[in-house]
Write a new protein. Structure first.
Lengths: 117, 111
């Protein structure tokens, strides 16, 4: 149980295009999902907290107009990188906190490797 | 903001040895979590701790929630090659809130 999927697992795009990444909780509902960014050999950096049916809360320094987050259902959150540039290339990981069970447990997706040319 | 100090940063051990890593914080947490991340993958939850003093095992892994609520350790006994990866600690405050992550411990196990 507690499986989270991400799609796509990797994407290569041209500078200026937009890319959408989907995060799904497959066997549980999640009112709260999180989006992280990770650079090589570094820890996870939280970008935003996504709550179903409401606007996402962005961390300081994260441009909300560039990283659009939509959490339209209890099992799906999407991150859209708008007008992507090479500096947006990174490993993006989502996580979901189940509505049941333990306190603050987050289950992570497998990540999406974004490369912007 | 809150910070977690995780140590050691890296470990190189022989197969069969025991491993210990820990995290300390200047702030109190209500939840301590330990994750393992393989290259190119998302972190996988290993152990979750909810109560000060709690000691929990998951196979060869044992973790403890420090009595002061400001620290936690993870032990791995009789390490095997598939234990290789990066281990992260994370502290949580309330349900639905962000986690604070440590910088990770890179574990290498030599066969």
């Amino acid at each position: 149980g507690a499986v989270v999927s991400q799609h796509p697992s990797w994407v290569i795009c041209k500078s200026g295009t937009s890319v959408k990444i989907e995060c799904r909780s497959l066997d549980f509902q999640a009112t709260t999902m999180f989006w992280y960014r990770q650079f090589p050999k570094q820890s996870l950096m939280l970008m935003a907290t996504s709550n179903e049916g409401s606007k996402a809360t962005y961390e300081q320094g994260v441009e909300k107009d560039k990283f659009l987050i939509n959490h339209a259902s209890l099992t799906l959150s999407t991150l859209t990188v708008t007008s992507a540039h090479p500096e947006d290339s990174s490993f993006y990981i989502c996580s979901a906190e189940p509505d049941f069970g333990g306190y603050n447990e987050q289950f992570f997706g497998p990540g999406t490797r974004l490369t912007v040319l | 903001g809150q910070q977690l100090n995780q140590s050691p940063q890296s470990m190189f051990i022989q197969e069969g040895e025991d491993v210990s890593m820990n995290c300390t914080s200047s702030s109190i947490f209500n939840t301590w979590l330990w994750y393992k991340q393989d290259p190119g993958e998302g972190p996988v939850l290993l152990i979750a701790l909810y109560k000060a003093g709690e000691l929990t095992s998951n196979g060869r892994l044992t973790a403890q929630f420090g009595i002061t609520r400001k620290d936690s350790f993870l032990n791995i006994s009789a390490s095997i090659p598939s234990d290789v990866g990066i281990y992260f600690c994370a502290g949580g405050e309330t349900s639905g809130s962000r986690l604070t992550f440590g910088e990770g411990t890179q574990l290498t196990v030599n066969p």
